[in-house]
Ligand binder design. Structure first.
Ligand code: NAD
Ligand code: 6OD
Length: 486
């Protein structure tokens, strides 16, 4: 049985309480490991180690030396690619075909891109006129913010954790990571890579546990933490924001979504179907950027629904390691019960079930896993809970619309504002609609096409702040102005 221990000050350790909880493989429902649950004592040790690291050799390194180390971390992940792949797929049940293309390569790339960004970042300066005619020069410098708490979800564990640890370390901070209780493996394994790469002790720390009254709350409430970066549910973000108010600590939040996909009759339908199948079903619908509300212009509505249904029914559910598998299970039985409750609610609210809506028959040991069928509905009203609430499963509702103003209003009628996808071959319409959508990221004729230099984050209840490229500098550093009178 695997043991997932904390990683504190460069060393793996257990909790003094001896408390552990099960790590369950969602594909089969079997227990594959024991996770050590941190108490206040371990969280305090991790924060203390992270604080000490700031004034040790890590704090003395120049940007170039720091970036060299981060390149070694990226190489370390790539050198142990298969170990990361197996660990991530065992924890989440996601297909190797997905994680080998997205999760693990991005886990490595997140260190390189932010090393490059920080190395090449430019500070602004201003020449200031003064009454004596001599003038002054003002210039900005960026300094690390300090100890950063990184609180992570389970859907893309390595990708989303390194998306925050990469820039935090590139900017010279130290981190304490709290992975999701569902997915402890890759954050733990990364500790070995950090040691192999020569990252000084205490710079990268990991504490395991749950949220409330456990490691998540102990970490975010800890007065030794200077700032908190969090990805997860909007309600959890509210709780963390309350904790961050003590000591007026900064937060960066990537939260929930209920993202629209808009398909105009002038789209390339084959592209729109292929992209929508990915945006609805990739990672079993457990992508914050995924589409759960499809709006399709009336002339192509019936054909779109029929082709989306064909695509959904062709998805191959199966073992993560089977190269033919392209749909995995949900992350846990608890999450499956939540998603299935929405499947029932859709019927109660009057939906027409186009496909799916239940639990698939799975063979042998897979029958005890957290599987659900890919599901499509039509016929719900705009106020239905299934159309308004984030489900985070492999499902969407498809609704017909007639014109541009109508669909923009429908798409924006939500408390969320994370992502949108627009499908049209009319370039003017594409720009016009994208500018009117209340979403942090809008893709036109694509979905989840990422350039890591671009701003990433959500509007409304989907988040606070932007990360990515130079935008990450705003959160992970303090910007200081120095004014020199000449
Ligand atoms: P979650 O909010 O339940 O948990 C996320 C993390 O927060 C976990 O590590 C958990 O232990 C911790 N946590 C929970 N309560 C806490 C508390 N009171 N104090 C401190 N920590 C606490 O989210 P999840 O279920 O792991 O992930 C799914 C959610 O994340 C979805 O809503 C999804 O939309 C969102 N998400 C958003 C993005 C984005 O980029 N906007 C990306 C991925 C996931
Ligand atoms: O690609 C990224 O950088 C990113 N943060 C993706 C988020 C996906 C959410 O599930």
């Amino acid at each position: 049985m695997k043991q997932f221990q904390h990683f504190i000050n460069g060393t793996y350790c257990e909790s003094t309480s001896g408390k552990t909880f099960d790590n369950v493989a969602p594909a089969t429902g079997s227990v594959i490991g024991q996770v050590h649950e941190a108490g206040r004592e371990e969280v305090d040790a991790a924060v203390t180690a992270a604080r000490a690291a700031l004034s040790s050799e890590w704090g003395e390194l120049g940007v170039d030396q720091r970036c060299e180390l981060l390149y070694r971390v990226a190489d370390g992940i790539n050198n142990r690619f298969n170990e990361f792949l197996e660990a991530e797929c065992a924890d989440t049940g996601k297909p190797y075909s997905l994680a080998s293309q997205i999760d693990i390569p991005r886990g490595a790339a997140n260190f390189k891109i932010f090393a490059d960004t920080i190395r090449n970042s430019v500070n602004k300066s201003f020449q200031t006129a003064t009454p004596d005619g001599q003038g002054a020069i003002n210039y900005a410098i960026h300094v690390p913010k300090g100890v950063i708490a990184v609180v992570c979800p389970w859907n893309l564990p390595l990708l989303l954790m390194t998306w925050k640890v990469g820039p935090a370390l590139a900017c010279g901070n130290s981190v304490v990571v709290k992975p999701s209780e569902e997915t402890p493996a890759t954050a733990t394994l990364l500790g070995e890579v950090m040691n192999e790469a020569g990252i000084p002790k205490g710079v990268y720390n990991v504490v395991h546990g749950f949220g409330p009254q456990s490691a998540g709350a102990f970490l975010t409430e800890h007065s030794g933490v200077d700032a908190i970066t969090f990805t997860g549910e909007t309600r959890t973000g509210e709780a963390i924001m309350r904790a961050a108010a003590d000591g007026v600590r900064d937060v960066s939040f990537e939260l929930g979504g209920k993202n629209p996909g808009i398909v105009f009759a002038d789209c390339d339908l084959a592209k729109a179907i292929e992209g929508s199948l990915r945006s609805v079903f990739a990672n079993c619908g457990q992508v914050c950027l995924g589409t759960e509300r499809m709006y399709v212009q009336r002339p192509i509505f019936d054909e779109f629904v029929s082709r989306l249904k064909d695509g959904a029914e062709a998805l191959r559910l199966g073992r993560p390691e089977d190269p033919a598998t392209n749909l995995g299970p949900l992350v846990s039985e608890t999450h499956r019960q939540k998603v299935l409750s929405y499947f029932r609610l859709a019927v109660d609210e009057g939906a027409t079930v186009v496909c799916g809506g239940g639990v698939p028959d799975m063979e042998d040991d897979l029958s005890a896993g957290s599987w659900v069928q890919p599901t499509i509905w039509t016929g719900l009203g705009d106020d239905a809970r299934v159309v308004r609430e984030e489900i985070f499963g492999p499902c969407c509702h498809v609704r017909a619309f007639d014109d541009e103003d109508e669909v923009v209003a429908l798409a924006n009628d939500t408390e969320y504002g994370l992502a949108a996808a627009v499908w049209t071959e009319n370039v003017s319409r594409a720009h016009r609609v994208a500018a009117r959508l209340e979403a942090g990221v809008t893709w036109v004729n694509s979905w989840f096409l990422r350039d890591l230099r671009t701003p990433f984050g959500g509007m409304k209840q989907s988040g606070i702040g932007r990360e990515g490229g130079e935008y990450s500098l705003e959160f992970y550093t303090e910007t200081k102005n120095i004014c020199v009178k000449l």
